[in-house]
Ligand binder design. Structure first.
Ligand SMILES: Nc1ncnc2c1ncn2[C@@H]1O[C@H](COP(=O)(O)OP(=O)(O)OP(=O)(O)O)[C@@H](O)[C@H]1O
Ligand SMILES: O=c1[nH]c(=O)c2[nH+]cn([C@@H]3O[C@H](COP(=O)(O)O)[C@@H](O)[C@H]3O)c2[nH]1
Ligand SMILES: NC(=O)CC[C@H](N)C(=O)O
Ligand SMILES: [Mg+2]
Length: 517
């Protein structure tokens, strides 16, 4: 093991269903302290076993006085570990420790000016007045015994409170959102000053620890990694290669649904630059044959997902006994599967190599399952991956199939692939590529009339989609400059045979989704 055990210090966040709980984790990790989010009802024994240096109770939509209000084990206040309650977390702490919470007649939503009455610990280094973000309709009517207010607003006499002896702290505002400019400092004060953590959770330490743990688990065994050239699987591949060298076998599948030039780029980078064992599997016909005549989006997704599985089974048989499968599972995937919100409706079956291990009976290696996307990007940088890969916009596993609305054929895919290349080229030229979460073309089955060189055309329509998002869960369309839209449109219509019209998709997610299928 490495000299610094990066998990020796950690903060536990108990989630009460706030939309911004993930941001608490982000703000703490950014300060090089490890933390994990768990559901609010995590048992006390489990909490003790986790051995956190501090516990944070998140916000949430409920009111503590409701019959159904979520409660965590009140034993958390007796562990001798500092606790910070945020919004609902403050209200819960108040009610569990004998104070009073009531519905307020003056709700506070948005920015508020907060007067700080005590700058010794939680607000150390802050001015007398700071801007904070409030979002609550309940208020602390009476603080529990032992507590004193350490900040107030015009509306809220106890905007923050503490019981210094028991090291219990609470804030009514949200320090985790950017609209609280000093929020990160406040969380830093809690983590460093109150909990006594050290900033040891760095990417360099992370790599060292992961490499040691991968070596220990895998021994002399072989590992297969499905590599798409996207950030997640690329980072996993390079990390594994550092740990176990030639015991790693990557598999890259050309399913005929890739973007222009993609296959060449991926193969080049990994075989020439990183010298990683890479099986390039040309499977375009196999996928496109199965997709012939299929127009239903879910059917397309299922066919592609299944075909990936069959193909990996075939490939792994060729490699003999392979015990391990590496995946690029990220932390949001993990959090979502344990969220307090309960099972959500299936909107789309995301093609998922996650279906693979059960059937193949392989054991999983998921080195980035603790990380957020931008942390994976930092890791990629630390591992020496080129910027081009690190900042690549996400590309879905089913690829162009779910952007080719209606029937998929080699001809229609070619129209889409060429149009997509133009979109990305123009977006890059305008210097917008990195600022945008995803930008791409969608080929519609709609044909319309045009006139080109005095002749009538009856051709397809391309929809242009560009969205910004933090995590793909919600998204907004990008206000692209008119000139950029103009040049994309005229280049596609002029250069791609079969298209005579370009439209721009101006829908948000929700209610729309990012991909059209
Ligand atoms: N063409 C492919 N060949 C081999 N594996 C693939 C291919 N496409 C997808 N996969 C596998 O499916 C996983 C999920 O794809 P996903 O798009 O979510 O992640 P990614 O491609 O690694 O990163 P990004 O989200 O940035 O595109 C990948 O990590 C990879 O293991
Ligand atoms: O690996 C993937 N396999 C899939 O089947 C898949 N479907 C959507 N996406 C990506 O997920 C994000 C959200 O997409 P939607 O708003 O369309 O659901 C966006 O970033 C999409 O590109 C996928 N990624
Ligand atoms: N953001 C929150 O945690 C809100 C908590 C509580 N429901 C209130 O409105 O006061
Ligand atoms: Mg991808």
């Amino acid at each position: 093991m490495s000299s610094t055990d990066i998990h020796s210090q950690k903060i536990l966040i108990l989630d009460f269903g706030s939309q911004v709980t993930q941001l608490i984790a982000r703000r703490i990790r950014e300060q090089s302290v490890y933390c994990e989010i768990h559901p609010y009802n995590m048992g006390l024994e489990k909490i003790k076993a986790f051995a956190p240096q501090g516990i944070i109770l998140s916000g949430g939509p409920s009111s503590v006085y409701d019959a159904e209000a979520p409660h965590s084990d009140a034993g958390v206040y007796e562990l001798g570990v500092p606790v910070l309650g945020i919004c609902y977390g403050m209200q819960l702490m108040t009610s569990q420790l004998g104070g009073k919470v009531e519905r307020s007649d003056k709700r506070e939503f948005g920015r508020a000016a907060m007067n700080i009455d005590d700058t010794t610990d939680l607000f150390s280094g802050l001015a007398g007045k700071e801007e904070v973000w409030m979002s609550h309709g309940d208020k602390i009517e009476q603080m529990p015994k032992g507590f004193c207010a350490i900040a107030h607003t015009d509306n809220t006499p106890a905007a923050a409170m503490k019981d210094e002896k028991r090291r219990l702290y609470a804030v009514q505002f949200h320090p985790e959102v950017v609209h609280t400019p000093k929020g990160a400092e406040i969380l830093g004060n809690f983590v460093f000053t109150v909990c006594g953590c050290q900033p040891i959770w760095t990417m360099a330490n992370f790599i060292e620890t992961e490499i040691a743990s991968i070596r220990e688990r895998v021994g002399k065994g072989k590992v297969i990694c499905a590599l798409s050239g996207g950030v997640d699987s690329s980072v996993v591949a390079v990390l594994l290669h550092k740990a176990i060298g030639d015991q790693l076998q990557c598999i890259f599948v050309n399913n005929g649904l890739l973007r222009k030039g993609e296959a060449e780029k991926v193969v080049n980078l990994f075989t020439r630059h990183f010298k990683i064992n890479l099986d390039y599997v040309e499977a375009s016909d196999r996928f496109l044959d199965k997709l012939k005549g299929i127009t239903d989006p879910e059917q397309k997704r299922k066919i592609i997902g299944n075909e990936f599985i069959f193909l990996f089974e075939d490939e792994s048989k060729k490699l003999g006994e392979v015990e391990w499968l590496a995946q690029g599972t990220l932390y949001p995937d993990v959090i979502e599967s344990v969220s307090t919100k309960g099972p959500s409706a299936v909107i789309k079956s995301h093609h998922n190599v996650g279906g693979l291990p059960d059937r193949m009976k392989m054991k999983l290696i998921e080195p980035v399952r603790e990380l957020f996307k931008d942390e994976v990007r930092l890791l990629g940088k630390e591992l020496g991956l080129p910027d081009e890969v690190i900042h690549r916009q996400p590309f879905p596993g089913p690829g162009l199939a779910i952007r080719c609305i209606g029937e998929i054929s080699a001809d229609r895919l070619e129209i889409l692939r060429e149009s997509d290349a133009i979109v990305l080229d123009e977006i890059r030229k305008a210097g917008l590529y990195r600022e945008i979460w995803q930008s791409f073309a969608v080929l519609l089955p709609v044909r319309s009339v045009g006139v080109m060189g005095d002749a009538r055309t009856y051709d397809y329509t391309i929809a242009l989609r560009a969205v910004n998002s933090l995590d793909g869960m919600t998204a907004d369309w990008v206000k692209l400059p008119y000139e950029v839209m103009g040049s994309i449109s005229s280049r596609i219509i002029n250069e791609v045979k079969g298209v005579n019209r370009v439209v721009y998709d101006i829908s948000q997610k929700p209610p729309a989704t990012i991909e059209w299928e």
